[in-house]
Design a protein around this ligand. Structure first.
Ligand code: B12
Ligand code: SF4
Length: 498
């Protein structure tokens, strides 16, 4: 039996970590998750758990924060092993260069790779033949093993282990339960890592599917199992890229969910695969609010550069149907990509004004090497790699462009431009001012209102979550380990942002 500590800096219940934990527990191992904002003394909490393995979930930009802690835990226990998984090491083996910190990384879906790795370490066996694992080979050069097929039938997995997160009073007493019904996505947007995942995270075995759903029955059983132990949740938020991955699934869900679970929910939708019948099904199932990525007001940018697949017909056609069936909706929008001028970004404001969403989430474009567009940015030198913009896609831009201040200011004031009378000319003038806290607070206030009220996550819950995760938005990536001050414990995060 091994003891595995998952270390996390965002106050959020991560689906991937929940499933990894349940598979490890199913095989007799002991696991726990540790979130920085929820521990009084982060170093000591994990030292007291006495892990054999520390496991890091990492997106790009959020991967180095635990290194200083790990160096201390390794001093305490020189046999401690450390593995990193998630999107970042799945695309980049750079973490293995940190010889004193990382012992192995895992590419792609990690359930069984992690199990085999932990067991090989416990027995002192070689890890060099474990599919998905990467390690330091001869001369310290990273070696990435080929990967196994992704798990085709999600129902074969044990229910996600919520207990490692709901040991924290804040997470278990929230109004909203975070759930996933699927893996994958119908789109392959060029600014997102999912396109690469589709090619890279699958083994290539004939017939292997990347887009998968849990069966409706499994999903209902899973939620009822959680609610039996944690009955306080009043609403569900589906974190899936889109809940309408398969139309037939949605229709069955609309039949069974209200009877078997009956909680209202919010979710993301893919408007390309959504018709009025699906909207009726969502409504019948208990959906109260949906969110979709508009990303750009320009159809050309959306179709030709972002490869989002949403034509203007769809963008203007779906919102009236959502309104007709009394579903509130929010849009996601990107500011500052190399594909857009400031005028194009104001076109995004205009389209939002026309389709009248109940809220606009506005994120700043960020280049990831694991995306088509990001790769191009790095190759063409479009970004200032030396500029530390922190881990978030909410705060700042490191793109090299003369109007970067205006872009970042527009992201902060976007909702003013959309919702305030005469907001557009006002914001056009304001974005020329130096960046300032008032703009930041304006943006966070809109976001808070839209999450808490429009999507129904609850005023207090969302405010506290924002505070806990504030630091991840506003602080640089290269930072010292968190201390005991309140500010230092307000760790990174993003639920506030997405
Ligand atoms: C839901 C979601 C969120 C949710 C929940 C986060 C989460 N990961 O659960 C929230 C809203 C909090 C969020 C936040 C952010 N997200 Co997000 N998110 C997603 C989304 C849509 C689904 C992730 C998911 O849950 N999938 C289902 C589970 C089962 O899969 P999984 O998480 O990948 O887990 C598997 C493997 O990754 C691996 N694994 C996972 N954890 C671990 C841990 C260890 C130790 C190991 C070994 C393996 C491992 O095994 C798991 C099971 O097979 C993906 C896009 C996508 N479709 O994948 C983007 C995505 C992961 N997010 C992304 C980004 C950029 C962010 C933010 C930085 C955005 C921001 N606003 O600043 C933050 C970062 C938060 C953080 N601390 O890491 C990027 C990451 C890109 C990159 N190259 O790093 C993605 C890929 C989308 C994109 N733009 O390309 N996100
Ligand atoms: S729809 Fe969302 S999750 Fe899917 S590829 Fe596009 S940005 Fe990524």
């Amino acid at each position: 039996m091994s003891r595995i500590a998952f270390v996390l800096t965002t106050c959020h219940e991560f689906e991937g970590v929940k499933v990894l934990s349940s598979v490890l527990k199913q095989h007799g191992h002991q696991t726990d998750a540790f979130i920085t904002s929820e521990e009084r003394d982060y170093y000591q909490a994990i030292a007291d758990f006495r892990p054999d393995v520390v496991a890091i979930y990492a997106t790009t930009g959020q991967h180095e924060w635990p290194y200083p802690y790990i160096r201390r835990w390794k001093q305490l226990n020189p046999k401690l092993k450390v593995v990193m998984g998630g999107p970042h090491p799945s695309h980049d083996l750079e973490p293995l260069e940190h010889v004193d910190v990382i012992d192995a990384t895992i590419k792609g879906e990690a359930e069984y790779a992690m199990l085999e790795l932990v067991e090989a370490w416990a027995k002192g066996e070689s890890i060099e033949l474990i599919p998905n694992v990467a390690y330091r080979g001869p001369g310290g050069v990273p070696v990435q093993n080929p990967i196994r097929p992704v798990i085709q039938d999600l129902d074969t997995l044990p229910f996600p282990d919520v207990d490692i997160f709901y040991k924290y009073p804040f997470l278990r007493s929230k109004r909203v339960l975070q759930v996933h019904a699927s893996r994958g996505c119908q789109n392959s947007c060029t600014y997102c890592s999912v396109g690469t995942m589709k090619k890279d995270w699958v083994s290539g075995k004939k017939g292997e599917k990347f887009n998968r759903t849990k069966s409706v029955d499994y999903l209902c059983d899973e939620i009822n199992d959680v609610l039996a132990r944690y009955p306080g949740f009043r609403m569900i938020n589906f974190g899936d890229a889109a809940l309408n991955m398969y139309s037939g699934w949605l229709q069955e869900f609309a039949e069974k969910w209200p009877v078997r679970v009956g909680l209202p929910f919010a979710c993301n939708i893919n408007i390309n695969y959504l018709d009025e019948d699906d909207i009726i099904a969502l409504k019948r199932a208990g959906c109260v609010s949906v969110q979709f990525g508009l990303e750009s007001g320009s159809e050309d940018v959306r179709l030709k550069i972002y490869k989002k697949g949403y034509t203007d017909d769809v963008v203007f056609g779906i919102p009236p149907l959502l309104r007709k069936h009394k579903l509130t909706f929010r849009t996601n929008n990107i500011m500052g990509s190399p594909a857009e001028t400031l005028d194009d970004m104001f076109e995004t404001v205009r389209v939002n004004k026309k389709i009248q969403p109940n809220g606009c989430t506005v994120l700043i474009y960020r280049s990831f090497r694991s995306t088509v567009l990001g790769k191009e940015d790095f190759e063409l030198g479009r970004l200032d790699e030396g500029k530390d913009i922190g881990p978030s896609i909410q705060h700042d831009s490191n793109m090299i462009r003369e109007d970067v201040r205006e872009v970042v200011n527009l992201q902060k004031l976007f909702n003013v431009a959309v919702y305030v009378p005469f907001g557009m000319p006002l914001v056009r003038a304001l974005i020329r001012l130096p960046r300032n806290r008032v703009f930041e607070v304006t943006q966070l206030s809109f976001l808070w209102y839209q999450h808490a009220v429009v999507s129904g996550y609850g005023m207090l819950d969302d405010f506290l979550l924002g505070l806990k995760n504030l630091r991840n938005i506003f602080q640089p990536t290269r930072r010292k380990p968190a201390g005991r001050s309140l500010a230092a414990r307000m760790e990174t995060g993003v639920e506030t942002t997405v």
